[in-house]
Design a protein around this ligand. Structure first.
Ligand SMILES: Nc1ncnc2c1ncn2[C@@H]1O[C@H](COP(=O)(O)OP(=O)(O)O)[C@@H](O)[C@H]1O
Ligand SMILES: [Mg+2]
Length: 371
C-alpha cells in the first residue's frame, strides 16, 4: 500500500493553473524525486505536501490519513530548503535543537538528539559555531540535522544541493543516499537535475508546465520514455532525436533519415512492431541514446540488433572514460559515445554501430511514443 498518496491534485495561483490533476504515490521508505525544468511546479507540489500551499482539488494522504486540509505542523513532515534557512545568531547546536525546544522537548532529550544527528552527519565538531562560520556544505548538513531530529514520517527536500559547487554536490548526493539507506524514511526530493533524479530516486515524477509527464522507476523513465519531452530531458548527453520516414517494401521495413539532403541514410529495421508498421510512408522521430551508437568494435558482441552505418565524424571529444563523436545523419547532428581509445578521427568516415534494441520512435505531431 502506498504511504504518501497524491490523487487528482490541482493548484491555481489566482486564475493561473500551476498543477494540473496530478496523481502519484510512493511506498513507505521510498525515495520520490520530482524533476523538471524551472517553473514547472516542483516546489509548489512539494509545498502542497508540506501544507505551505493550499490545494484547489484532490487529496493528499500520508500513512492512510487525509492530510489535505491539515496545518503543516499536524502533517508530521520535515522540510529542507535550498536556502538552508538557518538562524544566523544561533549556534549549530541551537539551530538543530530550536524546533525541539519550541515543542517543549526536555533538555537532556534534546542534547541526546543533537548528539545523535551530529554524529550521523559528522558535524559534531561544529556544534558551537554560528552559520556564518560554516562552509556551504556544512550549512547544508546543519539544515538536514534540523530536519532529522524531528524523526518525521516524510522528509521533503527542495533542491538541497543547488547552492553547492559541483564536487560537493556529488559528495552530498552520495551522503543523502547513504542517509536514506540507513534511516529508511520516506523522502520527496525536488531537483531540476536529471542526474540527481536518476541516482537518488526509487521513483521519478517528471513534470512539465504543471502536468505530470511520466511517473516510474529511474530505469523505466530512462529506457521507456513516454514522450519526446521525457526522452530529451533525461540523460546527458541528450538522446539523439532524428526525423525520418518509414518505408515498408516486400516485408522489409526501412527508416530513411534525411529526406532531401544529399547524404540520406537508410536503416534496416529487422524487428518492427505492428504499431510502427502503421507509420508506413509517414514521418516518425527516431530516438537513440549516445551509448546505443558506438564504434563497431565495442558493439559487435551483440550482432542481432546491430546495424552498421558509415558516418563522417565531424568532431571528436575525448572525455576520459569515453570518447564522444559528433556526426551528422540526414543533416542533423548526432552524438555517439565510443570507447575511450576508439580509433576515430575528425574529418574521416567511420563505421558506427546502432543498437536498435535501444531505439525508440515517436509521433512527430503528438510527440508521443509509438514503439
Ligand atoms: N506565489 C506565487 N504566486 C503566483 N505564481 C507563482 C507563485 N509561486 C510560484 N508561481 C508560479 O508557479 C509556477 C511553478 O513555480 P514553482 O513551483 O516554483 O516551479 P519550480 O519549483 O518547478 O521551479 C511558475 O510559473 C511560477 O512563476
Ligand atoms: Mg523550485
Amino acid at each position: 500500500m502506498s504511504f504518501l498518496n497524491i490523487q487528482n491534485l490541482s493548484k491555481n495561483y489566482g486564475t493561473v493553473p500551476v498543477l494540473k490533476n496530478i496523481s502519484l504515490e510512493i511506498e513507505e521508505g521510498g525515495f520520490l524525486v520530482l524533476v523538471g525544468p524551472s517553473g514547472c511546479g516542483k516546489s509548489t507540489l512539494l509545498n502542497t505536501i508540506a501544507g505551505l500551499e493550499a490545494i484547489n482539488e484532490g487529496t493528499i494522504t500520508i500513512s492512510a490519513k487525509d492530510v489535505s486540509q491539515l496545518h503543516p505542523s499536524e502533517r508530521d513532515i520535515a522540510m529542507v530548503f535550498q536556502s538552508y534557512a538557518l538562524y544566523p545568531n544561533m549556534t549549530v547546536a541551537g539551530n538543530i535543537s530550536f524546533g525541539m525546544e519550541m515543542r517543549g522537548v526536555p533538555r537532556d532529550e534534546r542534547d541526546r538528539s543533537v548528539k545523535q544527528v551530529s554524529d550521523l552527519l559528522q558535524i559534531g565538531h561544529l556544534l558551537n559555531r554560528k552559520p556564518g562560520q560554516l562552509s556551504g556544505g556544512q550549512r547544508q548538513r546543519v539544515a538536514m540535522g534540523r530536519a532529522l531530529v524531528r524523526k518525521p514520517q516524510v522528509f521533503l527536500f527542495d533542491e538541497p544541493l543547488s547552492n553547492l559547487d559541483a564536487k560537493l554536490r556529488v559528495d552530498m548526493r552520495t551522503e543523502i543516499k547513504r542517509l536514506h539507506q540507513r534511516l529508511k524514511t520516506t523522502i520527496v526530493y525536488v531537483t531540476h537535475d536529471q542526474v540527481e533524479a536518476m541516482t537518488l530516486a526509487t521513483k521519478i515524477a517528471v513534470l512539465k508546465d504543471g502536468v505530470l509527464q511520466q511517473f516510474g522507476s529511474p530505469a523505466e523513465i530512462y529506457n521507456d520514455p513516454i514522450n519526446m519531452f521525457v526522452a530529451d530531458f533525461m540523460g546527458s548527453p541528450a538522446m539523439n532525436l532524428l526525423k525520418g520516414k518509414m518505408s515498408v517494401t516486400g516485408g522489409k521495413t526501412q527508416l530513411m533519415l534525411g529526406q532531401n539532403e544529399e547524404r540520406c541514410v537508410s536503416i534496416d529495421l529487422k524487428q518492427t512492431s505492428a504499431a510502427l508498421k502503421i507509420y508506413k510512408d509517414k514521418d516518425v522521430i527516431f530516438g537513440i541514446r549516445p551509448e546505443a551508437l558506438t564504434d563497431f568494435a565495442s558493439a559487435s558482441y551483440n550482432g542481432a540488433s546491430i546495424v552498421k552505418v558509415n558516418c563522417l565524424i565531424e568532431v571528436v571529444e575525448p572525455a576520459g572514460s569515453d570518447t564522444f563523436a559528433i556526426t551528422k545523419l540526414g543533416g542533423k547532428e548526432v552524438v555517439a559515445r565510443l570507447r575511450a581509445d576508439a580509433n576515430v578521427q575528425a574529418g574521416q568516415y567511420s563505421d558506427l554501430a546502432f543498437n536498435l534494441d535501444k531505439a525508440v520512435f515517436f509521433d512527430p505531431t503528438s510527440q508521443l511514443r509509438i514503439a
